[in-house]
Design a binder for this molecule. Sequence first.
Ligand SMILES: *Cc1c(COP(=O)(O)O)cnc(C)c1O
Length: 463
Amino acid sequence: MSRSAHPAGPRHADVLPEGHYIAPATDLNVLDEKVWSRTVTRDQDGALTVGGIEVARLAEEFGTPAYFLDESDFRARCRAWADAFGPDADVFYAGKAFLSRAVVRWLTEEGLNLDVCSGGELTTALDAGMPADRIAFHGNNKTVAEIERAVEAGVGRIVLDSFQEIVRVSHTAQRLGKRQRVQIRVTVGVEAHTHEFIATAHEDQKFGIALADGQAAEAVRRALTLDGLELIGIHSHIGSQIFDMAGFEVSARRVVQLLAAVRDEHGVELPEIDLGGGLGIAYTSEDDPREPHEIAKALSDIVTRECESAGLATPRISVEPGRAIVGPTAFTLYEVGTIKPLEGLRTYVSVDGGMSDNIRTALYDAEYSVALVSRSSDAEPMLVRVVGKHCESGDIVVKDAFLPADLAPGDLIAVPATGAYCRSMASNYNHALRPPVVAVRDGRARVIVRRETEEDLLRLDVG
Ligand SMILES: *Cc1c(COP(=O)(O)O)cnc(C)c1O
């Protein structure tokens, strides 16, 4: 098929339909290194390579759609976080962003700790050899069976999320003859997203115990009286994809105020404070995330200052980045199937995956970028919407972006920054087969999570 067989959609900024657009890059062949993992580059023919391997070869060997994870980038990010926070703080990778046995081994080797929030994540972590005392167990409704497994395994901490759980964990620990280290998760009335935060958010959410109305102080009171618990600190997590540190400032101040109140009432200085995760990454060229060392410095300055003014010794800080570690390390590779230009509107580009491998656009209106990666092109930019193959008109992968107007079926396109919350939230909608995750490093590619097969689907269907 000729590359210009279809009429192109609108191309220039002055004829675009309503919406939010990032101006097309002056040269669509240039990759913005902010949104691509560290070893991604274009070779002399214009094809994208990762870890030294060309995407066409990866597509041939592993098929599409598929996630390609840049292992050296993942490890470098782990080290950057660990180095930035140093030996007096703890970095917990939030496993819900993406977890597999290989990932657990990398984390273990790079010295990170791990957050899990279900029995399944706990099993994966233990199976791959993460020492239990480096695991934190989260969740607003852990089952009694999950609590038992966590306590039995000896996890480093359980983050208590409710009054019922304070009692459940204590009873379980006592029954097993143990004393479980715990933190209490509080909601500080701060809500933070990307560029803005609200310091007076109401606490109308399922997670945590409210600081307001003395609820959190009451939770501490109860936890301190129970023999099965060793209360080591207070936990708060304020949002996701955050760039502005001001939300952390307010939440740290409120948590430190609770620590001071606990000291005044009980004569106990709790030794730890966990500020949660939620640090933002670049999905598009418009996002400017901070480096881990800037974040570490900002958080430690805030906590130190607040503790000084409350007359407390500075507690040990922990943080829980998920997206900020794994998000930028992977891209999803798709093959273009059909192309539908709508004159005066946009061109719909359908790929061989969709909302089953990336639900974030449909769920959160997330923004992504996209590039033609199997070749370079000098064609002018065309406004596109990249959509999937599912039976749902909201099945959008990239809402508004520009691709070269000579895009054709069979071309490979890639969506960067899909390492977090894409494979981990993938579904079998329309009996789609969930894509593999392929780790690429130093010219070698290996499957770490294999592609589902139709046999996998039928195996669960036992009717
Ligand atoms: C989701 C979550 C994280 C990780 O969030 P990211 O946005 O991936 O950094 C950390 N801590 C808790 C308690 C969470 O629920």
